[in-house]
Design a protein around this ligand. Structure first.
Ligand SMILES: [Zn+2]
Ligand SMILES: [Zn+2]
Length: 207
């Protein structure tokens, strides 16, 4: 199953130009099986789009992108707004553990070695031991940036996920996650990421 795990809509991402209906239409057109809406610090966009998805017969899962001192974290399984801008990672971790949610650093290597340079290698190792996956395929990153994230995933033995980080509809599906299992619910999505039964991917180029 191909799911774009990182989509922003106009509902609660002022930086996005994608109406929820167009996100769904575009995802269908490019052959995705589902999307997950991950607005910045707010769950509302994911709620609205998943309800619309139910009406249109296209699965839309609910995530959230939360800014911490280690940069943006994609969170799946936490269905409330972030406690505030720049949520301390430790607070996010506690909330995720309490609610059974999973965390994956988003676009963590937009600049190669950024995390290590800012926080030092020990702190990065600690961070990686407390996340469940890492976004190895982000549609807004260069190939080198994504390779940096994939390197982190390999050395810390974390599963990779992929998402377009779309803010314009034509970007939906430019990266996605391939799941080994049939994902029908938000809970299935969380369980599959936790089990590492997924990998990030770029679309196949046809012809
Ligand atoms: Zn981000
Ligand atoms: Zn994003």
């Amino acid at each position: 199953m191909k799911i774009d795990l990182h989509v922003h809509t106009t509902v609660s991402s002022p930086c996005s130009l994608i109406h929820p209906r167009r996100a769904i239409e575009w995802a269908r057109a490019v052959g995705l099986d589902a999307i997950c809406v991950t607005e910045h610090d707010e769950i509302a966009g994911a709620e609205v789009t998943s309800e619309l998805g139910r009406q249109l017969g296209f699965p839309v899962f609910r995530g959230i992108e939360i800014y911490t001192e280690f940069g943006d974290m994609l969170v799946f399984g936490l269905y409330e707004d972030a406690p505030g801008w720049k949520t301390p990672f430790a607070d996010l971790l506690e909330a995720c553990r309490a609610q059974g949610a999973v965390i994956a650093p988003a676009h963590s290597c937009r600049v190669t070695g950024e995390l290590e340079r800012i926080h030092g290698p020990d702190k990065v190792t600690w961070l990686m031991s407390n996340v469940d996956a890492i976004e190895t395929h982000n549609g807004g990153c260069t190939a080198g940036g994504n390779e940096g994230a994939a390197h982190l995933a390999r050395i810390h033995r974390l599963p990779g996920i992929g998402g377009s980080d779309a803010h314009h509809e034509f970007q939906v599906g430019r990266c996605y996650t391939v799941f080994e299992d049939d994902i029908r619910t938000d809970a299935d999505l969380v369980a599959a990421i936790r089990a590492g039964r997924c990998r990030g991917a770029y679309p196949d180029i046809q012809g």
